[in-house]
Design a protein around this ligand. Structure first.
Ligand SMILES: [Zn+2]
Length: 381
């Protein structure tokens, strides 16, 4: 009798812990409904598990008396390399960000310089938190190029010329003495939007990262689709105009030469001065500058041509547009959506919405934090 009682208590405790783990946070009333246990039993179990350090009960704020898993000790680090910036964040295991900083950096020039800058910034943020590397449980790293999932090496010699032959996870892991998980920036943006942003709960999503370059990530039935060699989603290098401009990948007329920030700023250099940047281009467009609006609108239309094909092939329900150019909001997204609805087959276009991402330029670093236990995150998407 004593045995069956204690095993019943064990299974009830497991049920409560599992329900909290799945939901992230529940009130005791919600826990009772979810588990089918009586409110009195839930209350007893929650109190016992809190005393054992398994659960925590928050007080105050919008989620008064919310039951969560007790915070684990340790820290997570997220690192996001763009083509022209480096962003690092340090978070609790729950992914609550404790410190974050971005610096401008020409990442293309040299992997060694980029990795050194990342190492320095990680140490600075840890020091500001009075913590050190020994407390870090794992590191998520985003790079703006395709990673070969078998070798871990950057899969293109032309997209990030300074990183040829580099295994970024291994190289940074050796520097930091920590386990590093690497993925490309578009996949991490997709993971972040699916975990915290506009793609939450959606099963079939395409995420576009439109910044200096153009990348995409494809979530099919809740999982990121990587392809046979990790190159799935390289939307920026599909051919739009065979006789078009030479692209940094070596082909002509890639989507990126028509919609990537690196190429767009060249269009306005003559009229707006040599110092123009992608953020400035967006800022001027939002302030009403006709030339900058035209450049961004045209980029949206070109993206729309590619996204329409993507929709005919994969039939996503949602396209999320992230990256620095997406800060232009409707100026980019409206023309994109209009072209997709004109070109995609009606049954694919009918279910599709195109929206700007919710996480802005933090999407990459948040995705890097989420990816520290990516196998869990992906199954949770
Ligand atoms: Zn290209």
């Amino acid at each position: 009798m004593a045995n069956s009682l204690s095993s019943l208590r064990e299974s009830n405790r497991r049920m409560v812990t599992e329900a909290v783990r799945k939901a992230g946070s529940l009130t005791q009333a919600q826990l009772a409904r979810t588990t089918g246990l009586s409110p009195a039993t839930v209350s007893t179990i929650v109190r016992e598990l809190r005393d054992l350090g398994v659960l925590a009960i928050s007080s105050g704020g919008g989620r008064r008396n919310a039951v969560t898993l007790a915070p684990e000790p340790g820290l997570l680090v997220g690192i996001d390399f763009g083509h022209s910036h480096l962003r690092v964040a340090v978070a609790e295991p729950t992914r609550r960000v404790l410190a974050e900083q971005a610096i401008p950096l020409d990442v293309d020039t040299s992997a060694a310089e980029g990795l050194l800058a990342a190492e320095t910034l990680v140490d600075e943020l840890l020091a500001a938190l009075r913590a050190d590397r020994q407390e870090v449980l794992g590191v998520g790293l985003g790079v703006p190029g395709p990673i070969d999932p078998l070798t871990g090496v950057l899969g293109s010699s032309t997209i990030l010329p300074g990183w040829v032959g580099i295994n970024p996870a291994l190289a940074l892991g050796e520097r930091l003495g920590l386990p590093v998980h690497v993925d490309n920036d578009a996949n991490l943006g997709a993971i972040a939007e699916a975990t915290w942003g506009v793609a939450r709960g959606r099963r079939d999503v395409a995420y576009l990262k439109v910044a200096s370059g153009v990348g995409a990530s494809i979530i099919i039935d809740g999982r990121i689709y990587r392809g046979a060699s990790g190159a799935a989603g390289e939307l920026g290098h599909i051919t739009i105009d065979e006789n078009g401009r030479l692209c940094r990948c070596g082909n002509r007329g890639c989507l990126e030469t028509l919609a990537g920030g690196l190429y767009l700023i060249e269009l306005v250099r003559a009229t707006h001065g040599p110092g123009i940047t992608v953020p400035r281009l967006v800022e001027l467009a939002l302030a009403g500058d006709v030339g900058c609006r035209r450049v961004i609108g045209d980029a949206g239309r070109h993206l729309g041509v590619a996204v329409a094909s993507l929709c005919n092939i994969l039939n996503p329900g949602l396209v999320v547009v992230g990256g620095a150019l997406a800060e232009a909001g409707a100026l980019l997204v409206d023309p994109l959506q209009e072209v997709v609805h004109r070109l995609a087959i009606p049954s694919a276009a009918a279910v599709l919405s195109v929206v700007p991402g919710a996480l802005g330029d933090r999407a990459g670093v948040l995705g890097a934090l989420a990816s520290v236990q990516v196998s869990n995150m992906e199954s949770a998407l």
